[in-house]
Design a protein around this ligand. Structure first.
Ligand code: DON
Length: 325
C-alpha cells in the first residue's frame, strides 16, 4: 500500500487476500524461448491497482523490474494511430482476433495483413511504421511515451534485448514475410530492433498499473497530469486489448473478466476498467497461452468481486439515453 491509500480500504484488503490465496499456485512455467527470461524468479508475485484519480493499492512484489514484452503492443499501436491516422494504420494491420498463438507465422487470407496489432506480426508491422516515420529516433520516442504513461523515466534491459535479438529467428521470419508483402519497409532489421527494444523496456507492477490508470483516465496520467495519448487513440487501444489482448485466450477472457487487457511473456498482465482503474499483476509462471497463470486468476476474481465486467449489471454504461430521452 502507498501513502494516500488506506489499509482498511476494501480494495487493499481484497488484493492482500488474493495475494495470500494465489501465492501457493505454482501452475505454469517461466518463459524459456528467450534465454535471458529464464533467470526470472518464479515466486515473484505482485498485484497493484491504481485509480483514475491516482490512488494506488499494492501488495507483494510491486517494485521488482521485469520486461514489459507484449504489453508494449497496445502502447505502440496508439503511437502509430497518432502518427498516421487510424485509416492508414488499418491498411497495414487488421483488428480481428486471430484465435492463434502470439507468434504464429500467418497473415489474413485475401488482404495479406496481420490479423491485429497484439500478435507479433501486427506488432512488428506497427514498429516498422514507427521506424519508417521516425527513423532511428523511433525507439527513444517510444521510451519517452511509455515513460509519460507510467509517470516516471523508464529504461531498457540491454541483456534481454540482446538475448531476444540473438535468438528471435521466428520474429525475423515474420518480419521478412511482412517485407515480402510490402507491409514493412526495406529496413526490416532496424524495425525488428525497435520491436525487440520496446519488448525489453523495464517496468514494475506499479508502473503497469499506472499505465493502465492513464488509459482509464482518457490518456492523462492521474498524478502528473501529462497527456500521454489522445482520447480517440485510447478508445482504439482499449478496443483492441478487449478483443485481442490475451491471444488465443481473448474470447474466454472477455467472457470471464470482460475488461481490456494485455499480457507479456515476462509475467505481467495489465487490465483497464474504463474511466476507473488500472490493474496490474506480475507473476512469471505462464499458462499454455503465454499468459501469467496467477495473473489470470487474480483478474477473474477481481472482476467478479467488484462487478468490473463491461456487461455487469452494476456497470451503468453510457449516459447518452438519459440525455436524449
Ligand atoms: O516477440 C516476442 O517473442 C516477445 N518479445 C514478446 C512476446 C510476448 O510477450 C508474448 N506474450 N505473451
Amino acid at each position: 500500500m502507498v501513502p494516500g491509500a488506506s489499509e482498511s480500504h476494501e480494495l487493499q484488503r481484497t488484493i492482500d487476500a488474493l495475494h495470500s490465496r494465489y501465492k501457493p499456485l505454482t501452475d505454469g512455467d517461466v518463459a524459456s524461448y528467450i534465454p535471458e527470461l529464464t533467470k526470472a524468479n518464479p515466486e515473484h508475485f505482485g498485484i497493484c491497482i491504481a485509480t483514475a484519480e491516482g490512488a494506488v493499492f499494492e501488495t507483494g512484489d510491486c517494485d521488482r523490474a521485469f520486461t514489459i514484452q507484449s504489453i508494449s503492443k497496445p502502447f505502440t499501436f496508439g503511437m502509430a494511430i497518432e502518427a498516421y491516422g487510424a485509416e492508414t494504420v488499418a491498411k497495414y494491420v487488421g483488428v480481428e482476433p486471430s484465435g492463434d498463438v502470439f507468434n504464429s507465422i500467418e497473415l489474413m487470407s485475401g488482404s495479406n495483413r496481420p490479423h491485429n496489432p497484439m500478435i507479433n506480426a501486427g506488432a512488428i508491422t506497427v514498429s516498422a511504421l514507427l521506424h519508417a516515420r521516425y527513423g532511428d529516433e523511433a525507439f527513444d520516442l517510444i521510451l519517452e511515451r511509455f515513460s509519460t504513461a507510467a509517470g516516471r523515466r523508464l529504461t531498457i534491459d540491454a541483456d534481454v534485448f540482446e538475448s531476444e535479438r540473438r535468438t528471435g529467428h521466428r520474429n525475423r521470419a515474420i518480419a521478412h514475410l511482412l517485407l515480402n508483402f510490402g507491409l514493412v519497409h526495406d529496413a526490416a532489421e532496424r524495425a525488428l530492433d525497435v520491436y525487440f527494444k520496446q519488448c525489453s523496456i523495464l517496468v514494475t507492477c506499479r508502473d503497469l498499473a499506472m499505465m493502465g490508470a492513464t488509459l482509464a483516465n482518457m490518456g492523462k496520467h492521474p498524478i502528473t497530469g501529462a497527456q500521454a495519448y489522445e482520447i480517440p487513440s485510447v478508445r482504439s487501444m482499449l478496443s483492441i486489448m478487449f478483443t485481442c489482448g490475451m491471444y488465443d485466450y481473448s474470447g474466454e477472457w472477455a467472457y470471464r473478466v470482460g475488461v481490456p487487457a494485455k499480457s507479456g511473456v515476462a509475467g505481467g498482465v495489465i487490465a483497464v476498467v474504463n474511466r476507473q482503474l488500472g490493474i496490474a499483476t506480475y507473476s512469471p509462471r505462464l499458462d499454455k497461452h503465454g499468459n501469467s497463470a496467477r495473473g489470470i486468476e487474480v483478474c477473474v476474481e477481481l472482476a467478479s468481486r467488484f462487478g468490473l465486467h463491461a456487461f455487469d449489471c452494476l456497470n451503468v454504461g453510457s449516459g447518452f439515453l438519459q440525455v436524449i430521452l
